[in-house]
Design a protein around this ligand. Sequence first.
Ligand code: CS2
Ligand code: MN
Length: 357
Amino acid sequence: MEMTIRWFGSKYDTVTLEQIRQIPGVSGVITTLYDTAPGEIWSIEAIRDLKKEVESAGLNISGIESVNIHDAIKVGSEDRDRYIDNYIKTLENLGREDIHLVCYNFMPVFDWTRTELARKRPDGSTVLAYSQKTIDSIDPENMFASIKDDSNGAILPGWEPDRMEHIKELFDLYRNVDEEKLFDNLKYFLERIMPVCDRYDINMAIHPDDPAWPVFGLPRIITSLDNIMRMMKMVDNVHNGVTFCAGSYGTNRANDLPTMIRALKGRVHFAHVRNLKFNSDDDFEEASHLSSDGSFDMYEIMKALYDTGFDGPIRPDHGRMIWGEKAMPGYGLYDRALGAAYLNGLWEAIDKNEKAK
Ligand code: CS2
Ligand code: MN
């Protein structure tokens, strides 16, 4: 595995490449062209500039998160081919620049959903949190307004203000899209992009829906082992794989994370490892990465990745806001650096143990 940190680019991130470079054991970043809209072609020049910037800081680009999918593709509207053509061009340009991992998601309307961006934990840190009761009591059209004041001024991934302005139209678009339709549209998209992935050896790694169940009546399909198996079988190509995001699959307590990782052997191209603390089945908050601070056994998660021969990039995921830092919720420096160090420690111990056997 390669330990990495997500970085939104110097225009958007409060964390610098120089800081990331000083986290022990981190050699790469997972990044994106944050100012491109879904559906736009990423130019080779822009990709090259980004690469140059990262490399001159002594790091490398380990993958892209995300190249976002235009709603026309998810909905399957008539103009989807135009957007898929653009997506293929972007993949081609990434491949030509020697980038071989692309994370994306297929969630309708919203990306990850949280009801609070700064819930206070007993130690005084603040974290992202979710309560189904709150979701049930708010109007989805006001969802964005209800959380944006806690965002520390950052644009949250998937919650771009100009998209959110059209929220009503977005909901209308998905009115006739159910789970089956969403699976069909995902299949159509994957079938069209696999040839370019084969040509440039690009691993597509779908990010799970977060939380892993339908929200506001919108269908969500990347939620369980059965559904991912269905997705991988419907387009059976090693380049059609997954981002194993522990914190997203883990929102549904029926998902046994280490067992899922083991079942997905060979198709996990990217791992997000983080911990959640459940207060009840449908109220949870994010915790530090340490097992005892949350509800997951982080050792078992890392062990399952190790045992299945996982050799892709891994990153700590959403961190707490600690030590007075002001950053994009979930994406400060301090707690993610602690997370990376801890995950590296677990990996080293597992590795030494296995080699001593
Ligand atoms: C999230 C998402 O859990 C996460 O990593 O922050 O925004 C994620 O990056 C996207 O869903 C991937 O497309
Ligand atoms: Mn994730």
